[in-house]
Each structure stands twice: as C-alpha cells, then as structure tokens.
Write a protein that binds this ligand. Structure first.
Ligand code: GLA
Length: 403
C-alpha cells in the first residue's frame, strides 16, 4: 500500500476523492517490555512500515470502513458503535469512535480505507496504528482540537474497553509520537518523554518474524497484568506509598519475596529489573555504547523467558542463534519483542554481518521448525503524519459520499 493506492482505492470505493490521507506507522521496542502497564519506562520507536488511511466525512453519521488487505467492507447501521463478533478488525476502529463519543466529542460519520505493510500478529502493533490513525483522522476531519497525547490515550482506551485487550500505552504512543532516527523513552507513570538519537554507521536493527502467534496471547497478557497487580496489592501492605511496580525497589521486593506467591514474585522481579534495564539502556545509548545496549537486550530476553514466561521455543531459538554470533561482537543483542508468545525477535547487529547472519539463522530455523523466517530490516521513522489533504472547513461539513 502507498498513499496513491489508498487514494485510488478510496475513490473507487466511495466515488469521491478522500479529504485526507495519513500514514500511521508500526513500532519496535528496543527494551522495556511489560513495563508500560506497571508505570515503568519503555524505549520504543516508530518504523518505516505503516498503515495508510484515506478518509472523508459522511453526513449520515454512519461509519464505513474498507480493509483493503483483507478485501472486507463494513458499514455501521447508525452512529452507535456496536461490537463486531465476526469482523473483529472493525472493533479497532469502532473502539476509538466509542471512547471519543463517551468524552462528549461531537463528530459525524466517516468513510475510511486502510491497508499497509505492517505485518499482522508480528508484534509490530498494526492494531495500535489503526486505532491511533483512526482517531488522528477523526480529529483532523472534524477539527476536534485534540492533542497528540489525547489521541494516544483515546486509542489505548478503545483497545482496553472496546476490544477488551488490557494493553498499556506504549504502542499507540510510539506510533503517534515517533521521530525519524530516534527512539523515545516514555515514563509511563507521568507520560513524560525524551528522544534519544539512534543513528550509527555500524549497527542496524533487523526483525526476525518467528511466524508464531499464540492463540492465547490476549488472555495470557491480561493474566500477567493481574499477577503484577496482585504483587502490588501485597507489597502495598508493607508500604502504602506503592501504587505500581515502578515504586518498588529490588531490595524491597527481595525482602518481601516470601510474602508473595512464587509466580507473582517472579513476574514482579522481571518487571522491576526490566525498568532498571531501560534506564541503563538510555545511558548506554547516550554514550553510543551498543555492546552494553545489546547485553541488556539479551538479559531482558532471559527475564521474559524464565521469569515472565512469555516466550516460545521459536523465539528462544532465534535469540540463541544471535548469542552464537555475539562473542564475535557481530550481534550485540537480541530479544523477543512485544506482548510475547511469538511475534518478532529484534536483533541489534553489525551492518556488515546482516546478510550472513540472516541467511544462517534462516537455514537453521527452517531445519528446526520447517518454516522460513520473515526478515525485516527496519529504520526508525516519523510518527503519524498527514500525507495529503488538510483539516476541512467546518462549513463544508455536509459532504455525502455514495457507496
Ligand atoms: C503489547 C502491549 C503493550 C506492551 C507490550 C509489552 O504490545 O500492547 O502495551 O505492554 O505488549 O511490553
């Protein structure tokens, strides 16, 4: 998909040109997994894989969506968002509509076409790009005056309350707020953020898509979240000032190890240490110390695997393969990225070794699991942006598009 294809698909579908075309990128996360919903730090970036959306207003209050890559169309009966059991992709779009309406924001209907090259189910947050992209579009077309952070929050609420996935804020934040060649450290406790340049002539980032998507990923994710909350509820009894795992130091956690069920302790230990790793990763980045950054990624993966228990044999295999190259200083680090149970492994490696490493790993992966790896070199790109069109004049609000 490109902006041009988004435009022409819209024209074909709605017999009128779109008023607006935007690009909403996918994201990577360098380090800081499962820390966002624990009030910790994350270190994500928007990437050069994106969802493109072409959109225009409707004056009958209905919502018409065409998912180009799926070849599926949906139109609502009226302006009221109703959860869709069959076409589940629709819920990402209706979710933001629902949350925005709850906030009393006033806007009309929407015609929207979308598609892109963010691989689905690979942990690159195609859903967050769709949610925040849709909110961005509605904000522009109906001049709602929302800030980027308002859009981020509404998109997260749509996913939490309408889709039913209790995700944190990282994915939408990265998609909307990303900057070219920069990662951004977000403090998920107070939503303060700082950009860090990620530009190096020697190292690059490459994603290996394991091709595994666990059917239980959403329910397991919600369970991890509950386990962290259970830990906080117990630790709070010893220090009422604790409101999330961000407020818990490692010595304090260790002191209360036996007050926590063993599984809860392991989950909390991972999160507390992972929050520390993000801080150390930022210091390393400031010094262009990619070796330390990579070592932290390997360490984070071990925690995800052994303590947070969200890894699968396929992603463990890929990280082990990266470790095999590590002693030669060629692959600085690797780890499973995103919610877990498959998806992508992110590798930080010397550009010079990219093709050799990719080929060897792919061959070994095929021998072990009988499937080919999908390999995505990524560049860090700008966050959600307008490609063409502009916020229309409210006086022209009665545009009607035919179906
Ligand atoms: C998913 C969620 C994010 C975050 C990651 C794990 O991508 O959507 O909010 O919790 O998992 O870091």
């Amino acid at each position: 998909m490109t902006a041009e294809i988004a435009k022409s698909t819209f024209q074909n579908h709605f017999s009128t040109p779109p008023e607006l075309v935007i690009r909403a990128p996918g994201r990577i996360n360098l380090i800081g997994e499962h820390t966002d919903y624990n009030g910790g730090f994350v270190l994500p970036a928007a990437i050069d894989k994106a969802i493109w959306m072409a959109a225009g207003r409707r004056d009958d209050g209905r919502f018409a969506f065409f998912a180009r890559d799926l070849g599926e169309f949906f139109i609502s009966d009226n302006e009221k968002p109703v959860y869709q059991e069959r076409q589940t992709w629709v819920n990402y779009l209706l979710g933001v509509v629902s949350e925005a309406q709850k906030d009393g924001l006033v806007f009309g209907g929407l015609n929207l076409v979308f598609g892109g090259d963010v691989p689905l189910g690979a942990g690159l947050s195609s859903s967050a790009a769709i949610e925040s992209g849709a909110m961005f579009v509605i904000n522009e077309l109906y001049r709602l005056g929302l800030s980027k952070m308002d859009i981020v929050r509404l998109a997260q609420r749509g996913e939490n309350h309408f889709v039913g996935m209790k995700c944190g804020i990282m994915d939408m934040f990265a998609s909307v707020m990303g900057r070219k060649n920069q990662v951004v450290r977000l403090d998920c406790r107070n939503l303060e953020f700082e950009y860090f340049p990620f530009e190096t002539p020697d190292f690059s980032l490459v994603l290996f898509d394991s091709g595994v998507k666990h059917a239980l990923v959403d329910s397991e994710y919600n369970t991890r979240r509950e386990e962290c909350e259970a830990g906080v509820a117990i630790l709070k009894k010893f220090n009422p000032g604790i409101s999330s795992l961000r407020d818990v130091s490692f010595p304090f956690l260790k002191k209360h190890q036996h007050d926590l069920p063993p599984t809860v302790f392991k989950r909390c230990k991972f999160v507390v240490e992972e929050i520390g790793r993000v801080e150390r990763a930022c210091l390393a980045l400031q010094k262009n110390d990619f070796e330390t950054l990579g070592a932290l990624m390997f360490e984070g993966h071990d925690g995800l695997n052994l303590e947070y228990a969200v890894c699968v044999p396929e992603t463990n295999f890929l990280v082990e393969s990266a470790r095999h190259f590590a002693p030669k200083g060629l692959v600085a680090g690797a780890r499973q990225m995103g919610g877990g149970f498959g998806g992508c492994v992110i590798n930080l490696l010397k550009i010079s070794v990219l093709s050799e490493f990719s080929e060897q790993t792919n061959a070994a992966y095929r021998r072990a699991f009988g499937i080919d790896l999908k390999i995505y070199p990524v560049r860090l790109a700008a966050g959600t942006e307008i490609i063409s069109g502009q916020a229309p004049d409210p006086a022209t609000l009665s545009i009607r598009s035919t179906l």
